[in-house]
Design a binder for this molecule. Structure first.
Ligand code: PLP
Length: 403
């Protein structure tokens, strides 16, 4: 029998290979609360480790600045003091507290759906819900740029998986036409793509789903709280909410807390509560999280100006960057990609921006395909116009350096 260390010896080579390709990720530590600025270490600037720098935060998905919102904090603290920390069990045993139940009711009302079900994370919601809806003998149709949690859900389902080119409705139509023997069909898509910041063609997807009698699952992870008049997401923004069968949202991003949810019919939620493996077999999130998310949801409802101002600032930033000649693709959102191609170009650009005081992550494979590395700017409602103007200036300098 070999010793464990020998059995794992291949890891040294595998890690060295990641280093060689500039694809190795290093762990970063954040200190204190995050806001428009953030203190992090583990930043690699020009090959040097820079410790404890305060940077302007263009890296987090806390779009509406709710992660450190006093009202949200207090809501968590109250329940924390009353009920303690852990949930102690999966929701079906004794893990579903009053705070969870209240949040589920509020989410269903917010979404205008019959019911909603909470998950410990958005990842769990997606990776569990897809296999609960499709299995062997079924066919799933998945956008090529869908989030890893949707991809894993497809894989775990053991259904036949057809991947259509990103946003390509004609390709999807062809694939659907060739799948007539499948028992059930399910179309899955991000509504707002997490790296590219563009929107899925939900109207056409809903048309196709109806024509082909397919179920439609839409993951609003980055759009919950940000898009739509009421903040319900891209389906609301495009006026197709009543045509989406399964709506996934997160509490982790614009709501500033943690967790995921599925909203839909009573029957859907009842089925998932019985057959969605992460729901059945994972401990419920702490009740304090549910209370915090409910407080955040109220702010989303009561302060539409946060999402309006955020999207306005994003549109303005995109215009400036586009005018400087950067490739920003089809972003229509608070997520603004700068396409740079190779991983080393993206890393060099991120290092330059960090030296100027901006935290902008370089996104490399496996998060994007090889040769499609990018900087991912993620805007927050609390970025000031000065911060955004300074960022535009830093990109102007970067353009000079890059040439
Ligand atoms: C972040 C993300 C998830 C996962 O949500 P978590 O709550 O962070 O686990 C799911 N789908 C998409 C599109 C995401 O970007």
């Amino acid at each position: 029998m070999s010793s464990p260390s020998q059995a794992l010896a291949w890891l040294d080579d595998a890690l060295a290979e990641l280093d060689l390709q500039q694809l190795r990720r290093q762990l970063r530590t954040r200190y204190g609360a995050q806001g428009a600025t953030i203190d992090v270490d583990g930043l690699d600037v020009d090959g040097r480790d820079v410790d404890g720098r305060r940077l302007i935060n263009f890296a987090s998905n806390d779009y509406l600045a709710l992660a450190d919102e006093p009202v949200v904090r207090r809501a968590a603290l109250q329940v924390l003091e009353r009920e303690g920390v852990g949930s102690g069990a999966s929701p079906l045993i004794v893990g579903r507290s009053e705070a969870h139940a209240r949040l589920e009711t509020a989410l269903a009302e917010f979404e205008g759906s019959e019911a909603a079900l909470l998950f410990p994370s958005g990842f769990a919601a997606n990776s569990g819900t897809i296999p609960a809806l499709a299995g062997p003998g079924d066919a799933i149709f998945s956008d090529a740029k869908n989030h890893a949690s949707l991809v894993d859900g497809c894989r775990l389902s053991r259904a036949e998986v057809h991947i259509y080119r990103h946003g390509d409705v004609d390709h999807l139509r062809e694939l659907l036409a060739g799948s007539s023997t499948a028992r059930r069909r399910l179309i899955v898509t991000d509504s707002l793509f997490s790296m590219d910041g563009d929107l899925a063609p939900l109207t056409q997807l809903a048309d196709l789903a109806e024509q082909c009698d397919a179920m439609l699952l839409v993951d609003e992870a980055h759009a919950t709280g940000v898009f739509g008049r009421q903040g319900r997401g891209v389906a609301e923004h495009l006026g197709v909410e009543d045509r989406v069968d399964v709506k996934v949202g997160t509490l982790s991003k614009a709501l500033g807390v943690a967790g995921g949810f599925v909203a839909g019919s009573q029957a859907l939620v009842a089925w998932l509560a019985n057959r969605d493996r992460p729901y059945v077999f994972s401990t419920a999130a702490p009740p304090a999280m549910a209370a915090a998310a409910l407080a955040a949801l109220r702010i989303v409802e009561e302060q539409p100006q946060r999402r309006c101002e955020l999207l306005e600032a994003a549109a303005n930033l995109r215009t400036h960057l586009f005018e400087q000649g950067w490739q920003i693709g089809k972003s229509e959102s608070q997520i603004v990609p700068i396409y740079l191609g190779e991983a080393d170009a993206a890393l060099a650009a991120a290092a330059h921006l960090a030296e100027r005081g901006f935290l902008v992550p370089a996104i490399r494979p496996p998060s994007v395909p090889p040769g499609e590395a990018l900087l991912r700017l993620s805007l927050r409602w609390d970025h000031t116009s000065e911060m955004l103007a300074e960022l535009v200036e830093a990109f102007r300098e970067l353009q000079v350096v890059a040439r």
